[in-house]
Design a protein around this ligand. Structure first.
Ligand code: WTA
Length: 649
């Protein structure tokens, strides 16, 4: 039996106590497909609505009229659902456990305290002129105030746009311009792995660009007390914004389809796109998946190691857990600081039951050997989760055996920024796991595999992963550019949502994601567009042309490989390689740092001038034998030179 055929059956004791066992999964799944109106109409009741909905589902994937609405005549408020409605029953239970970068710093915040902080900051925002419909940009470290700020926006009906703290000033600036954002919330500095991140300085630099015109206020949380520049007309301390303001703030009545947030993500072409998520359907879906996929039980401590700057942080640190009245752990630091066993130590310290992390983090621990987990017992763990990229079976086994002491099921959750919540995953009480497979669809989710012409393929096969119908958490549009939304997701295969992922289905109907089939990279679980990196590269005067591809990387999953044709007058020197790496870090951010930069006099192109990426990918992967047909190249000799000078051997 190959590693891939290994099956980890459902633990009967766990199944007996789980929200969803196999019979229930099958019955509910069938109902969700046969009668989506009835199914979701019932599920929508897990939230408190100001005005109940009568219409449940109104969705069209017709490329002439892509229109996605859920619960469209209902009204509610997301912050109310995450806070107020819990106060009577569990106001004094812990909502957020914050664990600082420094292991001696932590904080526990009850639902009552969080409610008060959110109301106060919401009033602070209003005092500074914020109102319903404004877009507010967050560029924050992983501190409770990041969640407070998100919820405060939701409370007053402002739309938050969180920009990951690892992005550059340019990336912040372009997102502000694209969204017409008028307020930025940031911090003097962030703290990660003992290092200070100059967040305010990056915001200052972003706003110094004359094209960034819309920002009126910058609210600054004091985190480290580090030195920062101050602009009196614009900058306001967070503590001043809330000083003396009331801690009572009514929650704005929002329509289910009013936007809750924008989140920018990379695609295969052009600049990152702002996915628009709305209020009602998103929150129903985030809460429901959080409860069922992690089998979350009241009182358990749940830890998702993502950053709130990504969709995983939005749905599974903030909105899903808090809508469920859960205790969510928020970690400021990195898993390897100050000790390489920190992740396990945090699990012991806070008695974590559910740990949701990324394959890259598992592989980084695995690379150090099993002794890295010696500093912790992790016997509080019950469920493990994985997200962000395919988890290779070796890492899966290690995660299970070493981190989970061989006791905990692993939910490998496949989903995307666009999907709002988890779409394919093994519910732990219902679905047997196979290492490396995300297994079966969640309720209401209809995956299918199609060939390149869009024909649906049946049975055990491989193809492009599409979804045949909508679910409530689905992104509704691209901010300010609905045509691009239609073009990107609904025009490749008519009547279907195209995910951009390739996928295999086995004899048991299990789905195995094989990775992106478009020009999107997945580096340490972070999505990067090759086009974005290429355009950053060519902005450097030394670069005439650049082509970016991914290559297999032991820890990161994929590394970034750049081929560069130099401009006249520049020499292929090592210093220039280093400078170009630095340049991309500055243009996009450290997560986009190229691993390898190869100078080349030419690139393999078809006679019509199209770069043949297939060949570049093979060379970057050091697979130079099966290059396939190169006879259509304008100049086949380029390939020999590229192979000869390749950097990954
Ligand atoms: C990949 C992250 C395999 C996939 C939530 C997808 C995965 C992209 C998995 C979305 C998984 C995410 N197995 N691949 N469990 N989870 N992916 O938007 O290629 O940052 O299309 O959302 O990550 O990345 P995004």
């Amino acid at each position: 039996m190959s590693e891939q055929d290994k099956v980890y059956p459902v633990n009967p004791d766990l199944a007996a106590k789980a929200w969803i066992d196999q019979a229930r999964y099958e019955q509910m799944y069938q109902q969700s497909i046969d009668d989506p109106e009835g199914f979701w109409g019932e599920q929508g009741k897990r939230l408190d609505w100001f005005k109940p909905y009568n219409k449940v589902k109104h969705t069209s994937y017709d490329p002439h009229n892509v229109d996605i609405r859920w619960f469209e005549d209902g009204t509610l408020n997301a912050a109310y659902n995450c806070l107020d409605r819990h106060l009577a029953e569990r106001g004094d239970e812990v909502a957020i456990i914050w664990e600082g970068d420094d292991p001696n710093e932590d904080r526990k915040i009850t639902y009552r305290e969080l409610h008060r902080e959110v109301c106060q900051f919401a009033n602070g925002l209003k005092k500074l002129g914020a109102k319903k419909g404004d877009v507010i940009t967050l560029y924050m470290p992983m501190v409770p105030e990041a969640a407070v700020a998100m919820l405060a926006c939701a409370r007053i009906g402002a739309v938050h746009s969180v920009v990951f703290g690892g992005f550059s000033p340019d990336a912040i600036g372009s997102r502000i311009v694209n969204s017409n954002s008028n307020i930025v919330i940031t911090s003097d500095e962030g703290l990660r792995g003992g290092k200070r991140i100059p967040l305010k300085e990056n915001v200052d630099e972003a706003l110094a660009n004359p094209e960034v015109k819309t920002v009126e206020k910058v609210i600054v949380l004091k985190r480290t007390g580090g030195d920062i520049d101050w602009h009196d007309h614009r900058d306001v301390w967070y503590h001043d914004a809330i000083a003396g303001v009331s801690d009572e703030c009514p929650a704005e009545e929002m329509n289910a389809e009013d936007p809750l947030f924008i989140l920018y993500t990379s695609g295969s072409t052009g600049a990152p796109k702002g996915l628009k998520h709305t209020t009602g359907g998103y929150l129903v879906y985030a809460a429901m998946t959080h409860q069922y996929v992690f089998d979350y039980k009241p009182g358990e401590v749940y830890w998702c190691t993502a950053d709130v700057g990504w969709i995983t942080g939005h749905s599974y640190i903030v909105y899903g857990p808090l809508a469920n009245g859960a205790t969510t752990l928020m970690f400021e630091g990195v898993p390897s600081y100050p000790t390489s066993g920190r992740m396990g130590e945090v699990c012991d310290k806070h008695q974590v039951s559910i740990l949701y992390t990324a394959p890259t983090a598992v592989r980084a621990l695995m690379a150090q050997g099993e002794h890295v987990m010696d500093s912790s017992k992790r016997d509080s763990l019950r469920i493990l989760g994985s997200v962000g990229e395919p988890i290779n079976p070796e890492a899966w086994e290690w995660f299970h055996r070493v981190i989970g002491n061989g006791r905990c099921p692993i939910v490998d959750t496949w989903w995307q920024t666009e999907t709002g919540g988890i779409l394919i995953a093994p519910l732990p009480g219902a679905i047997a796991q196979k290492p490396g497979s995300a297994t079966l669809p969640f309720f209401g989710v209809q995956p299918a595999l199609v060939d390149n012409e869009g024909h649906i393929l049946e049975g055990a096969t491989e193809g492009n992963l599409v979804l045949l119908d909508s679910w409530p958490g689905q992104g509704r549009s691209i901010w300010g550019d609905h045509d691009r939304f239609v073009q990107t997701y609904f025009s490749t295969y008519k009547g279907m949502y195209f995910t951009g992922d390739g996928c295999r289905r086995d004899d048991d109907g299990y789905y195995w994601i094989t990775g992106r089939v478009d020009d999107v990279l997945n580096v340490s679980g972070h999505r990067m567009g090759t086009a974005e990196i290429e355009s950053a590269m060519v902005a450097h005067p030394a670069v005439a042309e650049a082509a970016v591809v991914g290559f297999p990387h032991d820890i990161k999953g994929q590394g970034i490989y750049v081929y560069v044709i130099l401009a006249d007058g520049y020499e292929p020197e090592e210093d220039l390689q280093k400078e170009l790496v630095k340049w991309v870090r500055k243009e996009i951010g450290p997560i986009a740092s190229p691993d390898l930069v190869q100078f080349t006099p030419g690139l393999p192109k078809t006679r019509s001038g199209k770069i043949m990426r297939r060949i570049l990918r093979k060379i970057a992967a050091n697979e130079t034998d099966g290059l396939g047909d190169t006879s259509t190249l304008a100049d086949p000799s380029v390939v020999d030179e590229l192979i000869d000078q390749r950097l990954n051997r």
